[in-house]
Ligand binder design. Structure first.
Ligand code: EPZ
Length: 434
């Protein structure tokens, strides 16, 4: 198993470039199944989750070729209506195939994903959306079995108790574009990754209005055309690099960071006393005067993203006072707390929230990555900590950060990766996140 070693307390300085967005690329890859031809996606990050999605697409009959950051998907052989447990348990986003299966093949048998390291993650809203379009859905033996015969446009609301669902919005959209009639999605998720899917589908010939708003209206069409499309940059990776600069008191220019996708984070960084400069090609973080205590509450976009909560908590561990971190999307997403405390952080847990009492310094320790963003938080803490931090279960980081060690080393981090025995893929992905 690989491990990452970090010698902390080095100020990061320099320029870093953000890769394509994982959470945009995954639904875009699946959307390529909707056109009977060959589509190409560019600026796709080389990540374990992207490889897993390629395997999912291959398992349903598509041909997938990856060359660097370009993926070509030939959907002419798309003919399989099953996504087995072994596939879906590796990566939750595999359930995105439900939409295209219903729209193009008229039926689907897709494993339910089950829980994951960040808490329970049901897909009831996805299923309600398909039912609102007339699909007959039942659960049998851990599988969703959906019959799409006679599906027509329908009206639905995809806002659940923890906010609108990104996954349900994408999944339902991918069926609605090819279903006859008019579908209205209220409570649609407004995350930039959903907006990207809407834009790509429209370029393929879909008729969707309301991009980036909470109401999407879809007029079904009979077919879509293949496409060449470039993925947006990864706002979570960009935010993580900005915090890497901030936590080390460094000066880092993050090329490709989109301020319009990161407003809530940038506002909180400014409130925390971090110097931020928005430039035409990205965002630069500059040394401030220490770190102010700052309260955050995760919310659906445009609120503060749950996928930045762990990393921001790492920053707050070294603030000059107490901060409250409230998690409203995944109230159990706090596994990183115990590991940060092993590095000297002072954090008191409540229900769905944590009180972070700032400390003067963190100290390096062996720590265990538990999910993607928790791992990123440990990398940030390691960059700021005195001594050596050893991060185990690095495969979690590799699911969502492209060459994070090499990118941080290039701006002055003393970070190395030691390659150990290969982790079997099944074991490596037991605690699925995406
Ligand atoms: C997406 O997951 C992201 N994954 C997650 O990224 C991200 O944390 C999450 O959105 C929230 O922003 C991808 O884009 C591949 P949701 P998704 O459906 O779509 C509840 C990362 O680290 N809910 O928007 O699965 C749900 O439990 C990750 O990259 C229902 O109740 O999230 C949660 O509380 C992990 N019923 C809330 O809604 C449903 O049917 C938002 O979940 C669906 C969701």
């Amino acid at each position: 198993m690989d491990r990452i070693l970090i010698e902390g307390r080095r100020c990061l300085n320099g320029e870093i470039t953000v890769s394509g967005s994982k959470n945009a690329a995954l639904p875009l890859m699946v959307a390529c199944l909707l056109a009977d031809g060959v589509s190409t996606l560019r600026n796709v990050p080389q990540l374990r989750d992207v490889q897993t999605m390629s395997s999912v697409l291959q398992s349903v009959g598509a041909k997938v070729v990856t060359e660097g950051d370009r993926i070509t998907i030939d959907a002419r052989g798309f003919n399989t209506t099953e996504a087995p447990y072994d596939m879906v348990r590796r990566m939750r986003a595999s359930v995105y195939v439900l939409g295209p299966m219903l729209a193009r093949l008229g039926q689907a048998r897709v494993s339910l994903p089950g829980g994951c390291a960040i808490g329970p993650r049901p897909i009831d809203l996805h299923l309600c959306g398909f039912e609102a379009m007339g699909a007959k859905v039942r659960i049998e033996g851990g599988y969703v079995i959906a019959e799409g015969e006679g599906m027509r446009g329908g009206e639905m609301n995809l806002e659940g108790t923890h906010g609108s669902s990104v996954g349900a919005t994408c999944n339902v959209l991918m069926a609605a574009v090819l279903v006859p009639g008019r579908t209205v999605i209220r409570g649609a998720a407004r995350e930039p990754e959903v907006g990207e899917l809407v834009r790509m589908l429209n370029l393929m010939g879909a008729r969707i209005t309301g991009a980036d708003s909470s109401t999407l209206e879809i007029e079904g069409v009979s077919s879509l055309q293949p496409i060449v499309y470039s993925t947006i940059s990864d706002r979570i990776e960009a935010g993580t690099f900005l915090l890497a600069g901030a936590i080390t008191g460094g000066d880092v220019m993050v090329h490709g960071a989109r301020p319009d996708h990161m407003n809530a984070l940038l506002e909180k960084m400014i409130q925390a006393g971090i110097g931020i400069e928005v430039l035409p090609d990205g965002v630069r973080v500059k040394p401030g005067n220490g770190i102010n205590p700052t309260n955050i509450q995760t919310l659906p976009f445009p609120g503060f993203p749950t996928d930045m909560q762990a990393q921001f908590m790492a920053l707050l561990c070294m603030a000059g006072g107490d901060s409250i971190v409230r998690e409203t999307i995944y109230p159990e997403r706090f596994i990183h707390v115990a590991e940060l405390m092993r590095m000297g952080a002072n954090i008191e847990m409540g229900v769905g929230e944590a009180r972070v009492r700032g400390v003067k310094k963190l100290t390096g320790a062996p720590v265990m990555a538990s999910d993607l963003r928790a791992s990123a938080a440990l990398v940030l803490a390691g960059l700021a900590a005195e001594g050596t931090t050893e991060i185990l279960r690095v495969y979690h980081i590799d699911r969502g950060y492209e060459h994070i060690d090499a990118k941080l080393a290039a701006i002055g981090a003393k970070i190395t990766r030691e390659t150990g025995e290969q982790q079997p893929v099944a074991a490596a992905t037991e605690t699925t996140s995406s």
